[in-house]
Design a protein around this ligand. Structure first.
Ligand code: HEM
Length: 106
């Protein structure tokens, strides 16, 4: 992961209305604590959309998959209930991935 986690913390302000990352409590969206390395659509007790659960089968959230998802979530997971248009720049994306990575097991 080559982004800047401190810059990514600022980018995460765009996500915070719907996601926690420093604890396991889901909000409108699932907690993103431990995201990197887990299967999409797999937080216990959180009700995902059917498309997200089906998308996740056999996949793992890693840097490459997040780089595809974050610019346009609905394009990658057609029918996702994540109501967020996506991050605009490659820098925002690599930085927020570096920030999320700090809250994932290694
Ligand atoms: C799902 C990241 C912003 C609502 C997800 C997932 C990721 C993610 C990686 C999949 C989680 C999993 O598989 O467990 C982000 C990032 C954001 C952001 C990095 C900011 C750049 C938002 C915002 C909202 C939101 C602002 C609310 C308006 C949701 C919802 C889901 C979700 C509802 C579940 C989707 C489904 O089941 O189809 N998000 N998100 N997210 N997010 Fe976000």
């Amino acid at each position: 992961v080559d982004g800047d986690p401190a810059a990514g913390k600022i980018v995460f302000n765009k996500c915070m209305a719907c996601h926690n990352v420093d604890n396991e409590k889901s909000k409108v969206g699932p907690s993103l604590m431990g995201l990197i390395g887990r299967q999409p659509g797999s937080v216990a007790g959180y009700t995902y959309s059917k498309p997200m659960v089906e998308f996740g089968v056999g996949k793992t959230w890693d840097e490459a998959l997040l780089k595809t998802y974050l610019p346009n979530p609905r394009a990658m997971v057609n029918g996702t209930k994540m109501a967020f248009p996506g991050l605009k720049t490659d820098k925002e994306i690599i930085d927020v991935i570096a920030y999320l990575n700090q809250y994932s097991p290694r």
